[in-house]
Every structure is written in structure tokens, then in C-alpha cells.
Design a protein around this ligand. Structure first.
Ligand SMILES: C[S@@+](CC[C@H](N)C(=O)[O-])C[C@H]1O[C@@H](n2cnc3c(N)ncnc32)[C@H](O)[C@@H]1O
Length: 430
């Protein structure tokens, strides 16, 4: 375990001193970890915000300590249902806000036992042992073992059938880190070399020539390459959606649910900064972030506009060669990155999203010219948000046809996050 690491060459005195410091630091780290878990468990704050706060307050932590904190917190959040069952507190697994500090120590203890087979000699976890934890889990139902809310487990089982346990297991892994090389400013080889000089290891991703997997993170966002806009953090699955849109330099493209612009920036790069990208969203703060990112990336063709009412869309009728609808969705495809999202989500949320997605697809598709193309995209694994939406749209709009479909299902057809994209073509105006 990382809090027991010691220098090989140390004298006994120095070794003792070092261990004492390390153990002191570890207790402090573990206390932070457990209080961060309690904060995230009340669901008042998203886990990534909790992480940011603690990393800022504990700026003196080493890279290893930071990594331990983030990985362990995310895993405790991810597996909280299973871990509650493992410590004999299944009564609390759906009401984590009632957890006591003692419960949280036990949850951390069960997590550590399952991963490391042993625990340090801390009084808070002295009653825990691996055999009891394993024995408790041997009687757990599948939704608990997969640590999914029971309603989501049932829904995903209904919608996906046999592949769901494999998908859920893949979604429970820690997220890997990918970057997209900004081809307006750099290329994969030059970027790899420049990152290597700052002790960051990035390797190519098969079949995606501008994607790099970051195998050794270092201080990625402090690098010159990042400050100068040579890359953006973007999952390798997500990088396949702007590509699906089939843009050519000079085209007019609208990214109608642009958010903070991950895909707008990619589209601008694919356009080689020739043409136009209109980035729309209903939230100005996201568009403000997009503007800053576009400046750093040297993406000159992007214009942002707030959607104030339905007229914003109607005024753009048939003006675009390409339309990207990266619609709001359940986010069930990106649970590796946002492990607490499943605890915030409800079945009612999904029903509301399904209605909104169909409305966006129906109304915003009007912005596409005849002969133009549209990508409907989500980061969901649920067919009700994906293929079913496209089928419904095509049934109501016979002047559109489906050209291509991309279904990235973690653990089944994708090693990346879960995404869906459908490329639709507008044949005529009938
Ligand atoms: C999946 S996110 C987009 C992510 C973004 N495309 C990216 O790559 O970073 C969906 C976005 O849709 C926006 N949104 C929600 N309702 C909308 C609506 N009615 N019209 C347009 N955008 C909407 C949200 O604010 C959110 O930014």
C-alpha cells in the first residue's frame, strides 16, 4: 500500500522518521478521503467538485497521494451499494446520506480488503476481515454486485438483455485518459515528443490518428502544449462523433447542443478552419467556456449563440450543410468518468430526457439543407435514448434516411466510453 512505501537506502532512524511522516500523512489523507466520500454521498455536491476542493486544499500532496485519493474516492462512490452490503449495512445502501463516520471507515476498509487483501492496523477497521466481507457478498443480488441502482439495473436488463452485466462491469472500471491532438496546431508525433519532455507518456490509439492515450499523467494541464492549445482532453469514443458528421473544409456546420465545445473544437479542426461553425446552447456560461477554449485552440471559425427561444432555431432554417445534435442524455455511457451520476439519476429524469431528445431532433433538424447530413448523438447506452429515437424520427419524417450508425458499447464493442451516433441524410423537403 502506498502509505507504507519506504526508501530502500534509508538508515533505520531515517526510515522510522520517514514512515512516521508517511503514516501521519496517510491518516490525514484517509480522513480527507472519508470526509470527501461523506460529502459526495449526500448527493448535494458532485464527486468531481468534491475532488477539486480537496486537491486544492491539499496542494502539498504528492502525485501518488493525489492519485490514491482520486482513484479510491471514485471507487468508493462507484461501488457504494456493493460496499454497504459487504459491511452488513444493506439498510443504508440507498440512503447514503445517513452514513456515520464509522460506516465510512468500514466502507473504505471493505474496499481496501477486496483490493489489497489486507488492512493497516487502524482501530476504526479492527473488526473487519476479508472472509466476512466475501461471505456477505456471496448472498448479494446482481444489482448489488454490479453496484447499480435497482431501477437502472432492471431498465438496462430490459433494454440490453444478456449484454448488460458485461456493459455494467465495463462501466465500473476507472476511466482511462485520452487526448485529441488539435490538428490546427500540432500532430500526434510532435505532441507525443513534447509531452515526453515533461514526463508525460502518451501513446497512439489504433484506428484514431488524432487520439492519444495518456498512460502517465504528470501535470498535463500545466504543460506548454496544453497552454498553447495543442490538445484537448476528450475520450476516444467521443472523438468518433464529429468524424461521423463527414465534414469537408468550407462547409457550414451547426453544433446545436454545443455545451463547452468539445465537439465544436473538433469540427473546426476537421474544417481546417475553413467554413463556419455555429455553436448553440441554452446555457451562456458553457458558451463562455467554449469561447475561451476556441481562442486557445486557434479555432477561428466558431461563433457562439445562446438559444433564447424557438425563434433562434427557426431563423436558421435550412442554412447548414451539417447539423450535430449532441443531445442532453442520461450519461449512462460515461459512468466511468462520472461514477456518481448513477446515484443522481432517476427513471423520471430519463423519461423527461427521452421527450426532450425527440423534440430537439424534430425541431433542430430543420436547420439542415436538402442533401445535408445530421448526426444525432448521445453518451447513453440505452436504446430508448438512441436507436429508438432515430426510428421514431424516421417514421415521422420520410424525407430523411439513415446512412450510418455508430454504437460504442463499453465491454462489448468499445474499449472507450459508451456513445451512440446516427448519421442521417435529408433527401428532400417533402
Ligand atoms: C451532451 S451535452 C453537449 C456536450 C458538448 N457537445 C461537448 O462535446 O462538449 C448536451 C448539451 O445540451 C444542452 N442543452 C440542453 N437542452 C438544450 C436545448 N433545448 N437546446 C440546445 N441545447 C440544449 C446542455 O446545456 C448541454 O450543454
Amino acid at each position: 500500500m502506498q502509505w507504507c512505501k519506504t526508501g530502500k537506502q534509508a538508515t533505520i532512524r531515517a526510515l522510522y522518521y520517514k514512515m512516521r511522516i508517511t503514516v501521519t500523512a496517510s491518516r490525514q489523507l484517509l480522513e480527507c478521503l472519508n470526509s470527501a466520500f461523506l460529502q459526495a454521498s449526500t448527493l448535494e455536491q458532485y464527486a468531481d467538485k468534491v475532488v477539486q476542493q480537496h486537491l486544492m486544499i491539499n496542494a502539498a500532496w504528492t502525485i501518488e497521494q493525489r492519485a490514491y485519493f482520486v482513484t479510491t474516492l471514485y471507487n468508493m462512490v462507484r461501488f457504494s451499494r456493493k460496499l454497504c452490503w459487504a459491511i452488513g449495512r444493506s439498510d443504508l445502501m440507498d440512503s447514503l446520506s445517513q452514513l456515520s463516520v464509522a460506516d465510512v471507515w468500514n466502507i473504505w476498509g471493505a474496499y481496501t480488503l477486496l483490493n489489497e487483501q489486507s488492512l493497516p492496523d487502524f482501530p476504526e477497521v479492527s473488526t473487519l476481515n476479508l472472509a466476512d466481507v466475501q461471505s456477505a457478498l456471496s448472498s448479494a443480488p446482481q444489482d448489488v454486485l454490479l453496484s447499480m441502482p435497482s431501477w437502472l439495473h432492471e431498465r438496462a436488463n430490459d433494454e440490453l438483455g444478456d449484454i448488460w452485466p458485461t456493459v455494467a462491469t465495463a462501466l465500473n472500471q476507472s476511466a482511462e485518459h485520452f487526448i485529441r491532438v488539435n490538428s490546427l496546431k500540432s500532430d500526434a508525433l510532435s505532441l507525443t515528443k513534447s509531452l515526453a519532455k515533461e514526463q508525460i507518456k502518451a501513446v497512439p490509439v489504433d484506428g484514431l490518428h488524432n487520439a492519444l492515450k495518456v498512460e502517465q499523467m504528470g501535470y498535463l494541464f500545466r504543460t506548454d502544449a496544453f497552454q498553447q492549445g495543442h490538445f484537448e482532453m476528450q475520450d476516444a469514443g467521443s472523438q468518433q462523433l464529429a468524424t461521423l458528421l463527414d465534414v469537408q473544409p468550407g462547409m457550414k456546420v451547426v453544433d446545436a447542443c454545443a455545451g463547452s465545445g468539445g465537439k465544436s473544437l473538433h469540427i473546426a479542426a476537421l474544417l481546417e478552419n475553413k467554413g463556419r461553425v455555429l455553436s448553440l446552447d441554452i446555457h451562456q456560461h458553457k458558451l463562455d467556456t467554449l469561447k475561451k477554449r476556441a481562442k486557445r485552440a486557434g479555432s477561428h471559425v466558431i461563433e457562439t449563440r445562446l438559444i433564447q427561444n424557438s425563434k433562434t432555431i427557426k431563423r436558421q432554417k435550412e442554412k447548414f450543410d451539417r447539423v450535430l445534435l449532441d443531445v442532453p442524455c442520461s450519461g449512462t455511457g460515461i459512468l466511468r468518468r462520472n461514477p456518481d451520476a448513477k446515484w443522481h439519476l432517476t427513471e423520471k429524469n430519463i423519461e423527461n430526457l427521452v421527450a426532450l431528445q425527440q423534440d430537439i431532433l424534430q425541431r433542430y433538424s430543420q436547420m439542415c439543407r436538402v442533401g445535408g447530413k445530421l448526426v444525432y448523438a448521445t453518451c447513453s447506452i440505452l436504446p430508448s435514448e438512441n436507436a429508438c429515437q432515430v426510428e421514431r424520427f424516421l417514421a415521422n419524417n420520410p424525407n430523411w434516411r439513415l446512412e450510418k450508425e455508430l454504437s460504442l458499447m463499453p465491454g462489448v464493442s468499445s474499449a472507450f466510453d459508451g456513445f451512440y451516433g446516427a448519421l442521417l441524410v435529408k433527401n428532400d423537403n417533402s
